[in-house]
Design a binder for this molecule. Structure first.
Ligand SMILES: [Mg+2]
Length: 366
């Protein structure tokens, strides 16, 4: 199996599973919505009438690929070790390549973007208990003194702030649909307004509340399913749902989403995420923050994005397309990714951040 075979079902495939009702094309659409094309509508009708079983299987396969059960069941054969080795060659450890990365930054302004779950905190069964360690908090605090630092997460800002508790950071919550800056701005970037705030999907707030309520009601018969409201998006966690119940959960989620043609579904690590069908993601949030920091058209910036999730791929891709900085994927397993480097887990992330701080402290003051 090559690295590319380990890919989860793509976002396009996942969102196409959501059936749209026949009224969707005539419905008044909120601003920013991508209208559903006739072709797409016909495809969705086809899914409802004929291809649903096959699609659900693809969906369940994708869930399996992101679940710990699947990862544990990987054969510990020589070939899987070879795949890992070959993947590491393509996405070397950011710790091992540290010197080379710093050389590549070439004196440009480093800007740090950090995902939260699975990057700064370990993945845990109860998302309300995804605490970051005090050592990690101290490290991030030091990092933010050296470089502008942003947390980019699927969670709503209030929830992630309760975990991180650092007022000096930028926060892009709900996959970047809710952006706030530090109260005083980054010291060396006075151009930044005192506390920037951007909510490209504010019209969707009542709809997210409603889909959250319906998902909660519909999935309550599935033991272990956990629905969360992240303000600009909702999520359904399946990490505690028995694998035998996954098809049932898929059907439940689908039956709710068919009433919300202007929302799309994506899959993260053991979680489905439901968000507005607008052209906005973690990559766009990254670009918006760079612009807000005064680096919109600058080639004097070196952004570094660290994340573990499929939703982070939008940011990795943005960096690749800009040809600036790079992405680091947090993963112990080969995954198809636009990131350039890898780190195995949050403890390696902390080590990398510590080295960045040390490196900065060694630099002559400008
Ligand atoms: Mg994550």
């Amino acid at each position: 199996m090559s690295a590319s075979q380990n890919v989860l079902v793509s976002e396009t495939t996942m969102s196409s599973i959501i059936p749209n009702n026949n009224n969707s094309s005539s419905q008044k659409l909120p601003p920013g919505l991508i209208p559903v094309s006739k072709k797409q509508l016909l495809k969705n009708i086809d899914i409802i009438n004929g291809g649903a079983g096959q699609r659900i299987n693809a969906w369940v396969d994708s869930m399996r690929a992101s679940s710990p059960t699947h990862l544990r069941s990987l054969p510990s054969s020589i070939s899987s070790q070879q795949q890992l080795n070959s993947w590491i060659m393509q996405h070397p450890s950011a710790l091992e390549m540290f010197e080379r990365i710093m050389e590549a930054s070439g004196g440009k302004q480093i800007v740090m973007f950090l995902d939260y779950d699975g990057t700064l905190s370990p993945i845990v069964d109860d998302p309300d208990k995804a605490y970051m360690s005090s050592k990690m908090r101290t490290t991030v605090k030091k990092l933010a003194k050296c470089f502008p630092t942003a947390i980019v997460t699927g969670r709503c800002i209030d929830k992630v702030y309760n975990f991180v508790k650092l007022a000096e950071l930028y926060y892009a919550g709900s996959h970047g649909m809710d952006i706030k800056g530090p109260a005083k701005g980054f010291p060396r970037h006075k151009r930044v307004k005192q506390s920037l705030l951007y909510q490209p999907a504010s019209d969707y707030l009542p709809m997210i509340d409603e889909v959250y309520r319906q998902l909660l009601e519909k999935t309550k018969s599935t033991p272990g399913a956990r629905v969360e409201n992240h303000k600009f998006c909702a999520s359904v966690h399946f990490r505690c749902v028995d694998e035998k119940k996954w098809s049932e959960l898929v059907l439940q989620v689908r039956s709710v989403l068919k009433n919300f043609p202007t929302l799309k579904l994506t899959q993260g690590r053991k979680v489905f995420e439901i968000r507005p069908m607008i052209e906005w993601d973690k990559g766009k949030a990254l670009e918006f923050l760079l612009e807000s920091l005064g680096f919109g058209n600058s080639n004097n910036v070196f952004p570094v994005y660290i994340g573990d999730d499929r939703t982070d791929e939008d940011a990795f891709k943005m960096l690749r397309d800009r040809g600036e900085g790079f992405g680091i994927l947090v993963s112990k397993f080969p995954k198809d990714t636009n990131a350039s480097y890898s780190l195995q887990d949050p403890s390696e992330v902390m080590e990398f951040l510590r080295r960045l701080v040390e490196w900065k402290q060694m630099q002559p003051r400008m």
